[in-house]
Write a protein that binds this ligand. Structure first.
Ligand code: AHM
Ligand code: MG
Length: 336
């Protein structure tokens, strides 16, 4: 415990390995960490203050916004907008690109985030989280970033990660040199290195999907889930786990192996590609899982190869252990 590396030490150490590093990126991540500590604090005392429940409006996607969604969104925007390292941000909760106010300096990075993933779970003490993606601007300018800067495919991300506000608060992060996990020690307010160089097992026996949507899936998806549950099938048996918070389901599978799926369904004609969002949910987790040795697909292609067309684009997400993702793709592509 006494000798554990803090996240700041870790960032500074890895920064010295990058030639030409200026410390700007470290500043970005440090501000994000401060925002996450503020969110973690609010989540931890959610039953005690008047922050549980709805804010009384809907977001751009027609979903009811909760007070903690608003708090988390504001915490990230306010910490980061004055950091001088970003030229724009985008949030699941905000319709358009979030500009940097004119009185603050502008930098070269872009931050895309889901401020409080799984927030419908907050009233019942189930884990929620923050997901983030970092890009470098494509337009050559010292002015505000644009939608064009934001709409980059996932393989262009320079870093990504998430925080889970669960039984402990953990940050999992990758900037291209391994996936590392840091657990918040609340008594000293520091994230300490707890999971170095994380690797997802190549196989796993956990599947994670909302089976309530079974009759709205494609025939191939139903066949796949039937296969997982078939005691006579040629596998070692699967178990089902579904928290309903993507970050928590993903984090469990990252550690133990397995697969998470949110496929396309016909339940809501406004969401033909499933529920999850490419830019602020699928891409950052795809970046993490690939760097940990797993994979992420929409069933026919790598998530990080998808060229985004709009900010709040949704995408079917199949993510986890490499072999498990491969089997789903075989079902979807008619090879099984
Ligand atoms: P949110 O970002 O608004 O919280 O929505 C995304 C969440 C994911 O965390 C989770 O995997 C999914 O929605 C659960 O959806 P469903 O209730 O349809 O299974
Ligand atoms: Mg979410």
């Amino acid at each position: 415990m006494l000798g554990r590396t803090t996240v700041t030490q870790h960032l500074l150490l890895t920064q010295t390995e990058v030639s030409g590093a200026t410390g700007t990126f470290t500043r970005l991540i440090n501000e994000l960490i401060v925002a996450a500590k503020l969110i973690s604090r609010e989540v931890n005392k959610a039953g005690l203050n008047d922050i549980i429940g709805y804010a009384g409006r809907e977001n751009v996607q027609g979903e009811a916004v909760r007070k903690l969604d608003d708090f988390s969104n504001d915490a990230i925007i306010r910490r980061l907008q004055s950091s001088g390292v970003l030229c724009a941000m985008a949030s699941e909760e905000v319709a358009d690109v979030i500009e940097i106010p004119r009185n603050y300096p502008v930098g070269d990075y872009l931050l895309i985030f889901d401020p409080l993933d799984g927030s419908s779970n907050i009233d019942v003490n189930v884990s929620v989280g923050t997901i983030f993606s970092v890009l470098h601007r494509t337009t050559d300018s010292c002015d505000q970033g644009t939608l064009e800067d934001i709409l980059q495919p996932g393989y262009k991300q320079v870093a990504a990660g998430y925080f889970v506000y669960g039984s402990s608060t953990i940050m999992v992060f990758c900037a291209g040199n391994g996936v590392h996990g840091f657990t918040l020690d609340p008594s000293i307010g520091e994230f300490l290195l707890s999971h170095e160089n994380m690797k997802i097992p190549e196989w796993g026996n956990t599947f994670s999907i909302n089976e309530g949507n079974y009759y709205y899936w494609s025939e191939d998806m139903r066949r796949y889930i039937d296969y997982l549950k078939d005691p006579k099938a040629d596998h070692r048996g699967y178990t089902s786990r579904y928290v309903g918070s993507l970050v928590a389901d993903f984090h469990r599978n990252l550690i133990h192996g397995g697969i998470f799926l949110y496929p396309a369904d016909t339940k809501d004609p406004r969401k033909p590609h499933g529920k999850l969002r490419l830019m602020c949910e699928a891409n950052p987790l795809a970046y993490i899982v690939e760097h940990a040795g797993g994979s992420a697909s929409d069933g026919t292609q790598r998530i990080m190869n998808i060229i985004p067309e709009e900010l709040h684009q949704r995408v079917p997400l199949i993510i986890g252990s490499k072999e498990e993702v491969r089997i789903v793709e075989e079902f979807i592509q008619g090879k099984r």
